[in-house]
Design a binder for this molecule. Structure first.
Ligand SMILES: [Zn+2]
Length: 465
């Protein structure tokens, strides 16, 4: 009896030691582009206020047991761009802004954790809500001195031999000034990739494909998925492609590494559009929730890390006083770009629209003049801009990083942000720490303050790349 017991104890010890040494066979690496801590806090507070409560509601990823903070500066700038930020998160080496996974002298390519995962025999997926050749996803499979070399970035995709790619499309499928260069889609096909456009076709075609590139269907913008707040039923979503990615990579039966980028938290933050930013964070959280469901099936072999490449906009939660009114964003139905398009359309249809009718239109689209109102000066500024546009029969435009919107739409969104007590210090990136959240095998490694480059190095160690 005694002997049996000690045998049992040794067996138990052996199993637990073995289990604790087990590597993460399945790695999910989520990057919220531009998702600083305040983008997350604002979203949590919005959820609480929407229910009439003061406080914060957890997102899926903010309920993870381990959290840390990461520094994001690049080698040449205190404030990183998405190329140097993506490179740091992909390779574990800081580089110069604008660079895609090469050293700061642009002499050597830097190996990425996705490439190391592939070498180790894992299946690999690279997913984003922007174009597949955009800085963050590119940093995981391409090596170019400049993030703007979209065609060249595309040529690295087949060389990676990764299994699953998803995003809106490719910015430069053809090399513009060199006709001798092969079209990227031909190149993909020649290398055994099946390019599938839209979810309906995917469900029919992916089964027999060995390697897949899932992009938006024909006629949709190729630079990105529409903002969650603006999208149509037939647009791809980050959660949708994540679900397909998990399914596709799981079927390879060999463990996987999957990078998923919520790419447009950055875009709406560049436009200082808080409502749209909240819905982008929630949208990425839906994709994280799918990874979390997977984790629950395989908790002993799965690691999920959620972080950001940098903060965008210098988002401040509070503008004089102690009351925040984030529930206002519950009535926002369009992004700044969406509102801009809607106003252009309205002015085309109704050349002499009255101020009252215009106000009703804005109330319907954003809630302004409904549950919450601008002050006298803010209303006057909007009215002046409106009358100017009507008189001149054209609208002034305002340009930010990723959009050129009507100045009137931009003023309205700014006013809504101000009334709701959201402040922005910049229309570019900032240097603040970004949050890191982790659950699963080795997740305890991701607490405390770290450099962005520590994150992939830890992932590589935990996964045994
Ligand atoms: Zn940006």
């Amino acid at each position: 009896m005694k002997r049996n017991l000690s045998l049992l104890v040794s067996l138990f010890l052996f199993i637990s030691v073995f289990a604790s040494n087990e590597k993460a066979k399945y790695v999910f690496y989520f990057i919220g582009d531009g998702m600083g801590l305040n983008q997350v806090v604002m979203t949590e507070m919005f959820l609480a206020q929407k229910e009439g409560k003061i406080g914060a509601e957890n997102l899926c990823f903010t309920s993870f047991p381990y959290t840390g903070l990461a520094r994001t500066y690049s080698t040449d700038n205190s404030i990183t761009d998405s190329a140097a930020g993506g490179t740091a998160l992909a390779t574990g080496v800081k580089t110069k802004n604008g660079t895609i996974s090469m050293d700061r002298e642009h002499k050597k390519p830097l190996k990425t954790i996705a490439e190391r995962a592939k070498e180790k025999g894992n299946a690999v997926g690279i997913l984003t809500s922007v174009s597949v050749d955009h800085a963050t996803p590119a940093s995981f499979y391409a090596h170019t001195p400049s993030r703007g070399m979209y065609y060249e970035i595309g040529t690295f995709l087949p060389k990676s031999d990764f299994d699953f790619f998803a995003g809106s499309g490719f910015i430069s499928p053809d090399k513009k000034d060199d006709k001798s260069k092969q079209n990227l889609f031909t190149l993909f096909k020649d290398n055994n990739y099946k390019v599938i456009r839209g979810i309906k076709k995917y469900d029919k075609k992916s089964v027999e494909a060995d390697k897949v590139i899932l992009i938006q269907k024909e006629g949709k913008p190729i630079d990105s998925f529409p903002f969650a707040i603006d999208r149509d039923d037939d647009d791809l979503t980050l959660a949708q492609v994540t679900e397909k990615g998990i399914d596709f990579l799981s079927k390879k039966n060999k463990g996987f590494f999957m990078m998923v980028e919520g790419g447009k938290i950055d875009w709406s933050s560049h436009s200082n559009d808080a409502g749209t930013t909240i819905y982008e964070v929630l949208d990425m959280d839906k994709a994280v929730a799918l990874a979390y469901e997977f984790y629950k099936q395989k908790p002993d072999s799965t690691l999920i890390v959620v972080t950001a490449d940098h903060e965008t906009g210098g988002l401040g939660l509070g503008v004089q006083g102690y009351t925040l009114m984030f529930d206002n964003f519950n009535s926002q139905k369009l992004s700044q770009s969406g509102l801009s398009k809607a106003i252009f359309k309205l002015f085309k249809e109704e050349k002499n629209i009255s101020w009252d009718k215009f106000k009703n239109f804005i109330e319907e689209k954003t809630g302004l003049w409904g549950g919450f109102k601008p002050d006298e000066n803010q209303e006057k500024a909007i009215r002046d801009s409106f009358e100017n546009a009507i008189k001149k029969r054209e609208q002034e435009k305002t340009k930010t990083e990723y959009s050129e919107d009507s100045a009137l739409a931009s003023l309205i969104i700014k006013t809504i942000n101000r009334v709701s007590k959201v402040g922005w210090t910049s229309d570019t990136h900032t240097a603040s720490y970004v949050p890191v959240y982790a659950i699963g095998v080795g997740a305890d490694q991701f607490s405390g303050i770290m450099e962005n480059v520590d994150i992939p190095n830890k992932v590589a160690e935990i996964a045994g790349y």
